[in-house]
Design a binder for this molecule. Structure first.
Ligand code: C2E
Ligand code: CA
Ligand code: CA
Length: 298
């Protein structure tokens, strides 16, 4: 709107563009008026993006591993690979602050490839060191799954690293399946054919049609942390958690609870038939060095 949003045609167009971005972000087919915060946000994003590109050049992205536990036996059954960005002065950036930017900018494709390579090599190295685990799980974003080079890359990487697909599990968020079920079936089948297990991440947050669970090659459901947080106090969360556990057990799908922090939560899970969990009660995500040290100390 002239003149509030710009005094020259260039400025008006630029700001209209920012408003259009916002409208697209809100799911398209809508409209949006320009506000000053849009320019600030756009500016911040450019700064963040520049910083992330720099981090990539400097090899600041690294992978931490959080133990996945059998809570009946208290044995480690596997590890979830979690991305960290650690710069030269040791300051750590967590994925919640940058995953959405690297997804939107497409940087996730290159960073994702590096993570996969790191994890495959780590899987091999731990096998050689006799560090025991069943599988290492890797979070895979929708952008990666839609990349035409993804599957050829994975196949070549298995060959090059000598990693066995049986040592790897992909975590895919439930919403990927809902967004485009036809594509999801296709992609999940391809992963399955490669011999990689599939775990449905953040389960319960995405309202997926449960009938698809039967049709898809899914071997594990991960109950989202948001349902575990208020156990044993929130009755609804207890009901939802119990329901997911029963559903998984009835369908012969493994079920793991995320974000377990207290003994009470663990007790609730054991009593209701969930034998797998991860969370600060057991361990935070650890560096490779820390895991090696722990293992040597046993
Ligand atoms: P997520 O897949 O749901 O991963 C679990 C998150 O919960 C991790 O956060 C983990 O550190 C945290 N967590 C585990 N146990 C506890 C607990 O007991 N208490 C609390 N408060 N938190 C716990 P993190 O590492 O910050 O990762 C956040 C999200 O970023 C992940 O959520 C995942 O969606 C995404 N992410 C992380 N690494 C990757 C990656 O390599 N690729 C992709 N595409 N996404 C990733
Ligand atoms: Ca995950
Ligand atoms: Ca989660």
């Amino acid at each position: 709107i002239y003149p509030e949003n710009g005094k020259t045609h260039q400025e008006l167009l630029k700001n209209a563009d920012a408003a259009m971005y916002k409208a697209k972000e809100n799911g398209r087919n809508t409209y949006s008026f320009y506000t000053k915060t849009m320019t600030q946000k756009a500016h911040e994003r450019v700064m963040q993006e520049t910083k992330l590109r720099e981090s990539m050049k400097n090899n600041d992205f690294t992978v931490y591993y959080q133990p996945l536990m059998n809570i009946n036996t208290h044995e480690v059954i596997g590890y979830e690979a979690l991305l960290r960005c650690i710069d030269a002065d040791d300051s750590v950036m967590y994925p919640d602050n940058f995953i959405s930017i690297i997804e939107q900018t497409g940087l996730i494709i290159d960073i994702g490839k590096k993570i996969l390579e790191k994890v495959f090599l780590q899987a091999v190295s731990w096998k050689r060191m006799n560090i025991e685990y069943e599988k290492i799980s890797i979070n895979i974003s929708a952008k990666q799954l839609k990349d035409p080079e993804f599957f050829p890359f994975i196949e070549a990487l298995f060959q090059r690293t000598k990693c066995d697909p049986d040592w790897i599990e992909f975590e895919i968020i439930e919403s990927f399946i809902i967004d485009d079920i036809v594509e999801a079936i296709n992609v999940l089948e391809k992963i399955h054919t490669l011999g990689i297990n599939i775990s449905l991440d953040d389960f319960g947050t995405g309202y997926s049609s449960l009938s698809y669970l039967k049709k898809l090659p899914i071997s594990k459901l991960k109950i989202d942390k948001s349902f575990i947080d208020d156990i044993p106090f929130d009755e609804n969360d207890k009901i939802i958690t119990k329901t997911i556990i029963n559903l998984a057990n009835d369908m012969n799908i493994a079920v793991l609870a995320e974000g377990v922090e207290t003994i009470e939560q663990e007790k609730f899970l054991i009593e209701n038939g969930c034998s797998l969990a991860q969370g600060y009660l057991y361990d935070e995500p650890l560096s490779v060095d820390d895991i090696n040290k722990k293992w040597n100390a046993i």
